[in-house]
Write a protein of this length. Structure first.
Length: 64
């Protein structure tokens, strides 16, 4: 399936994560590669235990 015509949308959530909608290929720091589809939330606060992904910790640390 050719996904080249599909757009990826990036939204910065106020006080929260970076939300990316689309088909993504994420290369982790250890070199492992993960494919994600749909909505993926990336941590902006630095406190997530699932980095680079958001786990909702921004609420507990009052990230702005």
């Amino acid at each position: 399936m050719d996904h080249s015509s599909e757009q990826t949308e990036v939204q910065i959530m106020p006080g929260g994560p970076i939300l990316v909608k689309g088909i993504l290929r994420v290369t982790q720091a250890d070199g492992s590669i993960e494919t994600r589809e749909g909505n993926t939330a990336f941590c902006r606060c630095g406190a997530s235990s699932k980095k680079p992904f958001c786990d909702g910790t921004h609420r507990a640390v009052a990230f702005e």
